[in-house]
Design a protein around this ligand. Sequence first.
Ligand SMILES: O=C(O)CCC(=O)C(=O)O
Ligand SMILES: [Fe+2]
Length: 273
Amino acid sequence: MQDQAPKTVESTTGTSLDGVINTVEHPLSDSAYRARSKAVLDRHGVLVLKNFLTAAAVDDVRREGKDNQYLAYYTSGTHTSYLSPVDPAYPAEHPRNRMVTSSKGCITTDQIPADSVLRRLYASDVFKDFLCQVLAEEALYEYADPLSSINLHYAAEGQELGWHYDNSSFAITLLIQQPAAGGEFEYIKNARNAAAGDMAFEYTGKILDGEIPASGIEMNEGTLVLFRGRDSIHRVTPTVGDITRMLVVLAYNNQPDVSLSESARMTFYGRLG
Ligand SMILES: O=C(O)CCC(=O)C(=O)O
Ligand SMILES: [Fe+2]
């Protein structure tokens, strides 16, 4: 397979994951390990791989993150849980239109150093083959635009992500710096069924009212989370204390040559490229 892989700019830096991930705990090429991971994701909608990154890789990314934090674009504002503009067909207090708050900073693919372990991991055929098998995708491709593939998020004290359903069918995150408190990822599995057109307004309203108990995910620095967030509503609680939460989001497409929409790039990054 390796010799058939298309040569991308990233892959010329080498795809060895030695020293980047804990291959003893996470043998990505092992078929039993892959099958186990897929079964967990299918059953729970989330796969949590603790100690995925080595301590050295976490330290490297944390240092890069601190060095480049001055480049971050900060957004703060309100949005609906459906991440769509308010729909005038419903009243303002309807779950479709209720507003939640999100605030964070973010740096983009082009601001990740050329020799970063994040680029090596993102472009690795072993990693992508593992993801394809677990996600039941035929192939995964980087974004065509220079911003959206690898993002590093910063949540300083008080910053949070409000309850929302993702637009993408899956997301991959790596926790790099754990805050002193808060910054907890909470979700409610399969709250809606977007493919079937079931937006679950009543249930979502109860979630926004705090009437439905949410599940938490225990994460440590170096933990990888693979999450199906289109139907499982989720949030990240406000960071508490002066240690900024730092988290990487790796994003792929199942088709080549796809860019994130211009409106989404303006919203998340404040620029197009
Ligand atoms: O910060 C996290 O752990 C989750 C991020 C998330 O939900 C998103 O970027 O849509
Ligand atoms: Fe999300």
